[in-house]
Design a protein around this ligand. Structure first.
Ligand code: ATP
Ligand code: MG
Length: 565
């Protein structure tokens, strides 16, 4: 994980770090406690990574801790599968909640007691209106709501009814518990919000213990208070809920007072970051599951080959502000490319193979040549790659009638095979359709290692793989899942799906070392990009996902003034 920095160094990074610095200095806060509160109703996505990098980030920087709290108040949408997946993704991103694992459901008994506390103090009432009636009497942004006819029930009647709600006497929707705040408030969240409802549903953790469940708004702030959270950091859409959270905290016997600060959500081009939409993509089969490498889910990014440190770097560059904007996907890709350039092993892979026969190389023989593992990292050392009479090169590295600026292989032309020899194309073999199927070449044994002792130069350097030693593989190339930069703006976001977001290449030829790439490791295929070994592969037939290409599209956007960060 990132090292702890001196708090002074971080103070000015954003307004939240400034607030925390002040609160620690003034003694308002002794120890910083934050939380990351996912609802276990889907997998985490890159937007959640922004929230985690902030919450776990500041906890680490300022010597506090961050709770992982599952906000599991809605038993109908939640599943164990999601809880395990979320834990895996938080750990993958490099964060450790240690002993600070909580569930809102773990606080259900306290929350229930506090609901009774509100009733006893005349601050909550059982409403017999239907959901529709409640909606209709809520008022609008410009008109106040109207009081429920059940608003002035006695404390005794409210207590009795609420206890009977708990004991399972009523069907769903028949009765709810509402906070008694102010139906004329300019803030709709304050208009007697529902705080408990009947749900005859089994909960993944509490089973059938409960048939009434607190609403998110009732559970959230109180869970923070129970856990001693000092700074409750959330996205801007909760700013309007803050007055309600504060009202509840003021009126309940809470052991601590959390303060909420809001920042803008992450929006990213060419994708969607809403669990509802991501669930739709998965359930309707527009992608192959949550970990489809085109998904912005953390498990998708992992499978795609994005290192967690690149995701953290991205979050840091995006920063924390209160202004809404849309970040370019190219920035995320840039962060991956920059990191992978430093750490990834270089390997040869021929994606669209064309056979080359070196006619003056002895049949049945081979030799090993030294190749550099990573020119950016001397410590990565060297490896040996086999060379023999039959090789594969990239189909696009040969042209029979090359235009002026094409410096790669052509009839009669000499090029360098990287780490190996100079070769010259002597003959082109075609099938009955005129398609080139094989090249005949000669090599110069004097150029072993890739340099000519007589000092002669060649303009092209190609990657290659020895045919006899090659490992056949499938390689999956990805493009943006959405053609539109902002698919959410359209009437139906599905209309923006890119029909060419995946291209599967079969029969790719890899150098033998690639067969041993552990699943999840990302390597550079020289001249092609970064590729991660996929769990679908086997040692005999590996599968690789393209993480990102080599071209810096981010720099291009910046140069053209199109980048918006
Ligand atoms: P979604 O809108 O995708 O359904 P959510 O807000 O319902 O997300 P939660 O599980 O409630 O998902 O989110 C957990 C935490 O992550 C919350 O504090 C939420 O504010 C934060 N979060 C969710 N999406 C983003 C985002 N795009 N950018 C920053 N933070 C986010
Ligand atoms: Mg939510």
């Amino acid at each position: 994980m990132s090292e702890a920095h001196a708090p002074e160094a971080e103070a000015s990074r954003d307004f939240i770090r400034e607030v925390i610095t002040q609160d620690l200095k003034s003694g308002k806060t002794d120890t910083l406690v934050t939380r990351f509160p996912p609802e276990p109703n889907g997998y985490l996505h890159i937007g959640h990574a922004k929230s985690m990098c902030l919450n776990f980030g500041v906890a680490g920087e300022f010597g506090g801790h961050c709770n992982l709290r599952f906000d599991d108040t809605n038993p109908t949408k939640e599943e164990h599968e999601y809880i395990e997946a979320i834990k895996r993704d938080v750990s993958w991103l490099g964060f450790d909640w240690g002993e600070h694992l909580y569930f809102a459901s773990g606080h259900f008994e306290t929350l229930y007691k506090w609901a009774e506390h509100l009733i006893v103090n005349g601050l909550a009432f059982v409403d017999d209106q239907t959901a529709e009636e409640i909606r209709e009497t809520r008022g609008t942004l410009t008109a106040p709501g109207t009081n429920s006819p059940f608003r002035d029930r006695s404390v005794e009647e409210n207590l009795d009814l609420f206890r009977r709600m708990r004991s399972g006497e009523f069907a769903e929707g028949v009765r709810v518990l509402r906070a008694k705040v102010d139906m004329a408030s300019g803030n709709i969240n304050m208009r007697d919000p529902v705080i408990y409802r009947v749900l005859h549903a089994s909960h993944p953790r509490t089973g059938d213990t409960w048939c009434i469940y607190p609403t998110y708004d009732f559970a959230h702030g109180q869970s923070d208070a129970i856990e001693g959270v000092t700074h409750s950091l959330c996205t801007l859409e909760f700013a309007d809920h803050r007055p309600l959270y504060d009202w509840l905290i003021e009126n309940l016997p809470v052991p601590s007072v959390p303060r909420q600060y809001e920042f803008s959500r992450l929006n990213l081009t060419h994708t969607v970051l809403s669990k509802r939409r991501l669930i739709q993509l998965v359930e309707e089969g527009h992608v192959n599951g949550w970990d489809d490498p085109r998904m912005p889910s953390l498990c998708g990014l992992r499978r795609r080959g994005f290192p967690p440190a690149a995701v953290r770097d991205f979050a840091q560059r995006v920063g924390i502000t209160k202004s809404d904007n849309v970040i370019e996907m190219a920035l995320l890709e840039h962060c991956a490319r920059e990191l992978l350039n430093k750490i990834s092993l270089r390997r040869s892979a021929v994606l669209r193979p064309l056979k080359v026969v070196i006619e003056n190389y002895p049949e049945g023989e081979s030799e090993l040549l030294e190749a550099v593992n990573n020119p950016e990292d001397e410590g990565a050392g060297q490896r040996q790659v086999p060379f023999s009479r039959e090789l594969y090169i990239e189909r696009e590295d040969f042209m029979e009638e090359p235009p002026k600026k094409f410096f790669r292989l052509a009839p009669g032309r000499e090029v360098r095979l990287r780490y190996a020899f100079f070769i010259t194309c002597t003959d082109v073999i075609k099938d009955e359709n005129g398609e080139v199927t094989e090249l005949r070449c000669t090599y110069d044994p004097e150029t072993r290692g890739g340099d000519a002792p007589d000092g002669r130069k060649v303009k092209g350097t190609l990657h290659w793989v020895s045919a006899a030693h090659a490992v056949e593989a499938e390689v999956r190339l990805y493009e943006h899942l959405f053609t539109e930069a902002e698919p959410s703006l359209g009437a139906d976001f599905l209309d923006g799906i890119n029909p060419e977001s995946i291209e599967v290449l079969e029969g790719c030829m890899l150098e033998p070392a690639l067969a041993e790439t552990p699943v999840g490791e990302t390597v550079q295929f020289e001249r092609q990009g970064y590729f991660a070994a996929d769990p679908d592969g086997t040692p005999d037939r590996p599968v690789f996902n393209r993480t990102v290409g080599l071209r810096n599209t981010w720099a291009k956007l910046q140069a053209s003034g199109q980048a918006n960060t």
